[in-house]
Design a protein. Sequence first.
Length: 146
Amino acid sequence: MANTTYQYLARLEPDPEGGFQVTFPDVPEAITGGADEAEAHANAIEALGLALRGILQEGRPLPPPTTKGVGLVPIAIDAETAFKLAVIEAFRAAGISKSELARRIGRGETEARRILDPDHPTGLALMKAALTALHRTVVITVLEDA
């Protein structure tokens, strides 16, 4: 599995009815807006995370992010959602059962099912343990806001 970054390019445009609208060429399910650019950006982070979780919930693979585009701005999802998506993608790539994941992390199968549910909140420590058990390493990058 290649390195994964949960950052997608977005189109931030003035809305004819006021404020700003945000769309994602790679994730058409994610559409949002805001009264000003700051609110639109904050809402875009949430909308993108919800859309990506929904795609995985449907059993579809996440779309690869476009790396270039005129007038597009990068939007990264929040850390908790990124961890959750990484666990689910690594689990699918591993081709193992939920029972096997549970065994590897020393938990019950119910806990493994919760970890793999995109909408179930899971602590970062447990998701890190699951990623380690799936032979993945998390590297954190902190960027200054533009």
